[in-house]
Ligand binder design. Structure first.
Ligand code: GDP
Ligand code: GDP
Length: 461
């Protein structure tokens, strides 16, 4: 391991790759180069490039050297626009490992941008699309338009003010490392670094909070005690977010789980839960606080009206849920079939949720719970690549077009839960949104999490 590790504080011996910044005049290419090269690093090498007016500069970021082809002046020379763009892109294609395709958010997509995009698509090297002059976050919304150029989610930066230029540099170094991993690693051998190793290990683990909810007597405490009694878990208490609440933190093989407001469920400190109203308030609070809820239903009672209300409340909170049909040991075959039907029927809108049949008392089926919990949380934090999302949106529309509207493009604006914003010419019907949700779930295996679709109307250009 030690010979393979990267140390970001050690300067590299040789450049890890070469980058070209391509775009029409005035988008801000020189400004970006000045920021990257001029400010932080001496110009190690400024020899004339292969093409006239072209310089190759060396930049350094996080200890990695890389080269930038300064294409200044290419487009200023004579000839037709297509000719100039073609010259520029072709020359870059021959020399660069990675292309930064720059556009200008204050102007929008021009024919020249389109021509550059068409040209770049023919080459095989990776392209990072950058939308420049996004001087403030307010500009980011306008930047989504640039998705239409087909290079995925653009990075919105301000070369002039330095907004997100560090992120761009991170991406450049990451992309170049992917291209030449061997060279990068050998250049950065630096022995061991325990802290970094430890942090990496930690970041792999998940940590999330869980609410166990359900009507009185369904078996919540029995389940909870079984879960924390599991020999794979190490448990300790932690003061909850409200004064009298106690959370239980459990180390398990799927990560650190915090069970919210569990004082009333602990074996020794069992207190009878006060008025029903009070316990409902606590339940709702824990649902809002949780990353994932366990909805415990008493199988012998079937899915009741109150269970439905709770399910609705969890769904509205937007967090994933695992449905547990408890006391399964007490049910006859016929009763089991009835309860299964009730779940399909009465909890239909939670159709993404895993449903487990368990006996908290005997432990039957409970081990499956860990897996269901971790799947739910992974799904909840899922992010779909923008390019793939837009390919799917085009295909879904080709299969069945929305009536009177058109989806121009979409982005996943948020995770927890996955939330998609669709930019359309007109509103979409609820039926069509449901169709899209099915398509999304099918294609991306979104898993046991709710998802949200938002529609924003845009005039098409
Ligand atoms: P190039 O022709 O692509 O190299 O573009 P330049 O770097 O010469 O920039 C063209 C103009 O845009 C200059 O007036 C810059 O000051 C301006 N500019 C560049 N980057 C930004 C930016 O991030 N925000 C704003 N507001 N202006 C910028
Ligand atoms: P809570 O009020 O939801 O915390 O429910 P408890 O955990 O106190 O359980 C209520 C009653 O149901 C207790 O008598 C438990 O022993 C019983 N119980 C809980 N889970 C099961 C189960 O899976 N099977 C059976 N047969 N009884 C159970």
């Amino acid at each position: 391991m030690s010979t393979q590790r990267i140390n970001k504080f050690l300067p590299s011996q040789r450049p890890i790759g070469r980058v070209a910044i391509i775009g029409r005049p005035n988008v801000g290419k020189s400004t970006l180069i000045n920021r990257i090269v001029g400010k932080q690093v001496a110009i190690v090498d400024a020899r004339p490039g292969v093409t006239r007016d072209q310089k190759i500069l060396t930049a350094n970021w996080q200890g990695f050297d890389f080269e930038i082809i300064d294409t200044g002046g290419w487009l200023a020379s004579g000839g037709t626009l297509e000719g100039k763009i073609s010259d520029q892109a072709e020359s870059a294609a021959k020399q660069a490992d990675l292309i930064i395709f720059m556009t200008d958010v204050t102007v929008g997509i021009t024919d020249e941008d389109q021509a550059v995009a068409d040209m770049l698509r023919r080459f095989s090297m990776p392209v990072i699309q950058v939308v420049n002059k996004a001087d403030s976050p307010a500009r980011d919304l306008d930047a989504w338009e640039f998705l239409r150029l087909g290079f995925g989610e653009p990075l919105n930066i301000s070369a002039l003010h330095g907004r997100l230029t560090g992120d761009l540099l991170d991406r450049i170094v990451t992309e170049l490392q992917k291209l030449h991993p061997d060279q990068t690693y050998s250049d950065h051998d630096s022995g061991t670094d325990e802290t970094e190793e430890f942090e990496k290990e930690l970041s792999k683990r998940t940590s999330f909070s869980v609410a166990i909810v359900g009507r009185p007597n369904v078996g919540k405490s029995t389940l909870f005690n079984r879960l924390i009694g599991d020999e794979r878990s190490i448990t300790h208490d932690q003061a909850g977010t409200t004064t009298d609440s106690v959370d239980t933190v459990v180390e398990t093989e799927i990560g650190t789980l915090k069970f919210i407001d569990t004082a009333g469920m602990r074996r020794k400190s069992r207190i009878e839960g006060g008025t029903e109203y009070y316990s409902m308030v606590r339940t709702l609070r824990s649902i809002d606080e949780a990353d994932v809820s366990l909805l415990v239903i008493d199988g012998t009672q079937g899915v009741t009206h109150q269970d439905q209300r709770l399910a609705e409340r969890i769904d509205a909170a937007g967090s994933p849920v695992v449905v547990l049909l408890n006391k399964w040991d007490l049910l006859t075959t016929e009763e089991k079939l009835t309860v299964n039907d009730q779940v399909d029927d009465r909890l239909a809108y939670l159709s993404y949720a895993p449903v487990l049949r368990i006996s908290a008392l005997s432990g039957l089926g409970v081990t499956k719970l860990w897996r269901a919990l971790s799947d739910s949380i992974v799904a909840y934090r899922n992010r779909i690549p923008t390019r793939e999302l837009n390919v799917l949106l085009q295909q879904a529309q080709a299969k069945s077009a929305p009536r009177g509207s058109k989806i121009l493009y979409g982005v996943q604006g948020a995770t927890d839960p996955p939330t998609f914003t669709l930019f359309t010419t007109k509103e979409l019907s609820t039926g069509y949104l449901r169709y899209l949700e099915r398509q999304l779930r099918e294609r991306f295996a979104l898993g046991p999490t709710p998802i949200k679709l938002r529609v924003r109307r845009r005039s098409s250009r």
